[in-house]
Design a protein around this ligand. Structure first.
Ligand code: 5CU
Length: 383
C-alpha cells in the first residue's frame, strides 16, 4: 500500500505576537523569561503554585511553540502532509474586553498569512495537491471576552474571507459562564450558518481539590490535570450543551472534540440513561425543557472526534459512538508532549497514536487511510 495522506488536525501554535504578550504578563497565562536560564511557559492555573520556584513552574518553552519552520520540520519527520494549525490554550479568554476583537483579527490574519505563504511557496500555480509536500490550514480564534456577542459574530463572518480557515477553536468557558449560556445563541447560529467546524478544546481542567489538593497535584506535575482534568472538562462542557438543548436549537452545528471527546464516548450511555430518568425534565413531569435529541444521534451527526487518545480502547469507543470510521481524525497535539531527551527525533506522543490507529484497524488499510487523513481532507475540504 502506498503511504496514505496524513493530516494533523490537532496541532497548535503561539504566533510570535502572542508569545510577546505572554512575556509581558506576570499572572497566568505568562512566560517567565529570565536573563539567565530557560524560559518557562505557565498557562495552567495549577502551574502557578507559589510553593514551586518560578524557574520550575509550568514547562520549558522553545521555538517549537511559535516557529512555523520548526513545525514544518516536525511534520516532515513524522510523515505529516498537512496540518490544520490552531492557537493553543488559553487562546484569548483572559483578555480585557476592549482588546479582544483586535487580538482575534491579528491572530487570525497571522494564521491565514502563515498558511498562504507555506502553501504557495513551491506551488506557483496555486493548486494545492496535499500529497508530497507540506501544506497548512487553520482553525481561527474568537474574541470571546469582547463586550458583546455581536463582535464575535462579526469575526465569524469575517473568517469567510480567509481562504485557509476551516473552523474555529474554542475553550469550554464560552463567554465566561460555560457553553450552556443562552447568550451564546448568536455564536452557535453564526457557526451553523457559516458551517465552520467548532474545535472544542479543554484548558481549565478540574479544581485541585478534585485531585486531593494543590500539594498532590503539584507532586505529580501535569499528569492529573492533563490526563484526567482535560478530558473531564471537555465531557462536562459538551454535556452542558446537550442538556441546555443547544443541539436541538442548532441541529446543523458541527463540533470537533479534542482528545477523542474526553470521556464522552465511554460515558454516553450513562449520560443518556440519567437524562431518561431525570424528573426535572418536562417529558418526565418536571419543568426544565431538557434535551429532545438523543446523545447517540448527536454523536453521529454533530460531533467529530480526534484520534489523540493514545490507545486502542479509546479509539474503539470513539468509532463505536460515531457509528462509522468516517468521523475520526488523526492529530498530534504538537508542540505539547515533546520527547524528554534532547535531540530525540521521533516523538513518543506521535508514534503512540500512529501505533494505536494501526492496531485498532489492523488489516483495514482503507480505514487507516481515512483516519490518518482521508476523513480530514473530506470533512474540511482540504483538497
Ligand atoms: O500539556 C499541556 O498543558 C497541554 C495544553 O495545555 N494544551 C494542549 O493542547 N495540550 C497539552
Amino acid at each position: 500500500m502506498s503511504k496514505p495522506l496524513v493530516v494533523d488536525i490537532h496541532t497548535h501554535v503561539y504566533p510570535p505576537s502572542y508569545m510577546a504578550m505572554l512575556r509581558a504578563r506576570k499572572t497566568v497565562p505568562y512566560i517567565h523569561d529570565p536573563e539567565q536560564g530557560e524560559p518557562r511557559l505557565i498557562i495552567l492555573s495549577s502551574d502557578d503554585d507559589p510553593a514551586i520556584p518560578i524557574d520550575q513552574r509550568g514547562r520549558p518553552v522553545d521555538s517549537s511553540y511559535s516557529d512555523i519552520n520548526v513545525k514544518l520540520t516536525f511534520m516532515q519527520q513524522h510523515g505529516i502532509d498537512s496540518s490544520v494549525i490552531s492557537l493553543a490554550n488559553p487562546w484569548l479568554d483572559f483578555l480585557d474586553p476592549s482588546e479582544a476583537q483586535e487580538w482575534a483579527r491579528r491572530i487570525n490574519d497571522d494564521l491565514e498569512e502563515t498558511c498562504a505563504s507555506v502553501n504557495l511557496s513551491g506551488n506557483p500555480d496555486q493548486k494545492l495537491p496535499l500529497k508530497g509536500r507540506s501544506s497548512l490550514f487553520a482553525f481561527a480564534v474568537l474574541p470571546l471576552s469582547a463586550p458583546s456577542p455581536d463582535i464575535i459574530v462579526e469575526e465569524i463572518k469575517r473568517l469567510r474571507s480567509l481562504p485557509h480557515v476551516r473552523g474555529v477553536i474554542m475553550g469550554t468557558s464560552g463567554l465566561g459562564n460555560g457553553l450552556d449560556d443562552e447568550k451564546l445563541g448568536p455564536v452557535w447560529a453564526a457557526l451553523e450558518e457559516t458551517q465552520l467546524l467548532l474545535f472544542l478544546h479543554p484548558h481549565y481542567g478540574l479544581p485541585n481539590e478534585a485531585f486531593g489538593g494543590a500539594e498532590v497535584t503539584a507532586r505529580y506535575g501535569h499528569v492529573l490535570p492533563l490526563a484526567l482534568g482535560f478530558p473531564l472538562e471537555t465531557t462536562i462542557a459538551v454535556t452542558r450543551m446537550l442538556l441546555s438543548r443547544v443541539f436541538d436549537k442548532f441541529p446543523r452545528l458541527q463540533l470537533l472534540l479534542a482528545h477523542s471527546g474526553g470521556t464522552l464516548p465511554f460515558l454516553a450511555g450513562r449520560i443518556e440513561s440519567c437524562i431518561m430518568h431525570e424528573r426535572n425534565f418536562v417529558k418526565n413531569g418536571g419543568n426544565v425543557p431538557g434535551p429532545q435529541r438523543s446523545i447517540w444521534e448527536i454523536l453521529k451527526t454533530n460531533i467529530f472526534l480526534d484520534a489523540v487518545v493514545y490507545g486502542v480502547a479509546g479509539l474503539k469507543a470513539a468509532v463505536t459512538v460515531g457509528g462509522a470510521t468516517d468521523r475520526l481524525m488523526f492529530g498530534t497535539d504538537h508542540p505539547f508532549f515533546p520527547p524528554l531527551t534532547e535531540g530525540e527525533k521521533d516523538w513518543l506522543s506521535v508514534t503512540t497514536n500512529y501505533k494505536a490507529i494501526e492496531e485498532t484497524f489492523k488489516d483495514e488499510n482503507e480505514t487507516v487511510a481515512a483516519v490518518l487523513g482521508g476523513n480530514a481532507a473530506r470533512i474540511l475540504s482540504l483538497e
